[in-house]
Write a protein that binds this ligand. Structure first.
Ligand SMILES: O=C(O)C[C@H]1C=CC(=O)O1
Length: 93
């Protein structure tokens, strides 16, 4: 199942810059781990914003929720999930 996921980061005011930098390092490591498992095939920065557009390839809504909530930045992001279906006019491989 493919999902478009849009994540907008809201840096917390209660963490110091150093504390938030540590969260971002942990986030990067977790994001790389999920990508290496093939579950997060696209990750794009939205130009000019602290947000991304991603494609996740997972088995279920539950798996997507578990992956997203495992991200260290999860408490500091607004996340929108859009389920995707194959388009009938899409060129096939
Ligand atoms: O920076 C972001 O867009 C938020 C998050 C998503 C992947 C990652 O490493 O951080």
């Amino acid at each position: 199942m493919l999902f478009m996921v849009q994540m907008k980061v809201n840096p917390p005011s209660h963490l110091t810059k150093e504390e938030f930098d540590d969260v971002k390092v942990a986030e990067k490591n977790r994001a790389l781990d999920i990508q290496r498992k093939g579950k997060w095939p696209h990750l794009w920065r939205v130009t000019g914003k602290y947000s991304n557009v991603s494609i996740f390839d997972v088995e279920s809504n539950q798996e997507l929720h578990e992956l997203l909530s495992s991200l260290p930045l999860f408490p500091y992001m607004d996340i929108e999930v859009t389920p995707l279906n194959e388009h009938p006019s899409a060129l096939k491989d």
